[in-house]
Design a protein. Structure first.
Length: 276
C-alpha cells in the first residue's frame, strides 16, 4: 500500500510512503519512503525484497502467505513476480480498460450492498491458475468497473469480496493510529534519507507497542486503548526502575497517578512473559 504526502507548492515533488503490514497481527513488516512521482506499482519489487529479508519465509510458508493489495500495485508484472515466488494473491488489478472489457463477459451479477460482483474466465496469463472477478458500482448514473485476481479457495463470491474489502479498514486504522500516536505525519526532515530514517524509527516504535499491547494490556482495562492513549496516559507516567546486578528487580510508578496500580500489574505480566 502507498500513501502520498503531497506538498502544497507548485513544481515540488512530494513523497509517498509504501508499507507492508501483517494486518492480523497489527505489525509493520516493511516501510519505505519514495519520491512522490514514482508509480505505486514500481514500489512492489522493493517491498517484496524487504519482506523476504525480514521474514526469510521458506517455500511452504510462502504458500500460506497472502499478498492482499489495492489496484495501485496491481500490474500483471507484479502479480507474476509474487506468484513466481510461490505466494498467494488476492488483489485488485490496475487496468480500468481491462476491467471494462471483462465486464462485458459477465453472465451473472450478484449484489453485495452497493456493489455487484461477477466472475469470468481469465483472459490473460499469470503463470499460475487464478480466479477472476469483476466488480461493478454506480457513480453519477454510470457504472465503474474493477477486477480482482485471487489464488485463494473460498466458498463464494461474497467471501472473495469480503476478504479483499477487509484490508482497507485495518490498514486505514493502522495508519491513523501511527499518525496520531507516533506523529508519523510530521515528517519534518527535508531530505529523503532523513524521512526514511524517521519512518524506520516509527516502524520500530509501532511494533514494540503492538507487542506490549498483546502481552501486557490484553485482558486489562487498557485493552481498548489506541496508540495515542497508550503513549500519553500509560508510557508517560513518572516512575523508576530498580536494578540489582544489572537485572531489573522492581518497577515503581507514581502512586498518585490514576492508572498507576493497574499499569504496574500489566508491566509485571509483560516482564514475566517476555523477559523471564
Amino acid at each position: 500500500m502507498a500513501k502520498k504526502a503531497i506538498l502544497a507548492k507548485k513544481n515540488v515533488t512530494g513523497r509517498q510512503l509504501a508499507r507492508v503490514s501483517a494486518i492480523d497481527h497489527q505489525e509493520t513488516i516493511w516501510s519505505e519512503v519514495f519520491p512522490g512521482n514514482r508509480h505505486t506499482a514500481k514500489c512492489l519489487p522493493d517491498a517484496l525484497k524487504g519482506v523476504q529479508s525480514s521474514l526469510a519465509l521458506d517455500e511452504k510458508q510462502r504458500q500460506r502467505t497472502v499478498w492482499r493489495m489495492d489496484g495501485g500495485g496491481g500490474s500483471d508484472a507484479n502479480f507474476q513476480l509474487l506468484l513466481k515466488q510461490g505466494y498467494q494473491l488476492h488483489a485488485k488489478g490496475f487496468s480500468s480498460s481491462r476491467a471494462a472489457a471483462l465486464a462485458k463477459d459477465v453472465l451473472r451479477w450478484d449484489a453485495y450492498g452497493d456493489i455487484w460482483l461477477g466472475e469470468v474466465e481469465p483472459t490473460f496469463e499469470l503463470g499460475r491458475p487464478f480466479r477472476l472477478f469483476v466488480q461493478r458500482r454506480r457513480k453519477k448514473e454510470q457504472f465503474l468497473h474493477s477486477y480482482l485476481v485471487s489464488t485463494l479457495k473460498l466458498p463464494s463470491k461474497m467471501h472473495f469480496w469480503a476478504h479483499y474489502n477487509a484490508r482497507g479498514g485495518a490498514e486505514t486504522e493502522q495508519f491513523r493510529e501511527d499518525k496520531s500516536g507516533l506523529a508519523m505525519a510530521v515528517r519534518r526532515k527535508r531530505s529523503l534519507e532523513g524521512q526514511k530514517g524517521y519512518i524506520l524509527l516509527t516502524d520500530l516504535a509501532h511494533n514494540l507497542l503492538t507487542d506490549f499491547k498483546h502481552h501486557a494490556l490484553i485482558g486489562s482495562r487498557f485493552e481498548g486503548y489506541g496508540t495515542k492513549r497508550i503513549v500519553r496516559d500509560l508510557l508517560c507516567m513518572p516512575g523508576s526502575l530498580v536494578f540489582d546486578d544489572k537485572k531489573l528487580v522492581r518497577v515503581d510508578l507514581l502512586s498518585q497517578k490514576q492508572n498507576a496500580h493497574d499499569l504496574l500489574l500489566c508491566l509485571q505480566r509483560y516482564y514475566s512473559e517476555r523477559f523471564s
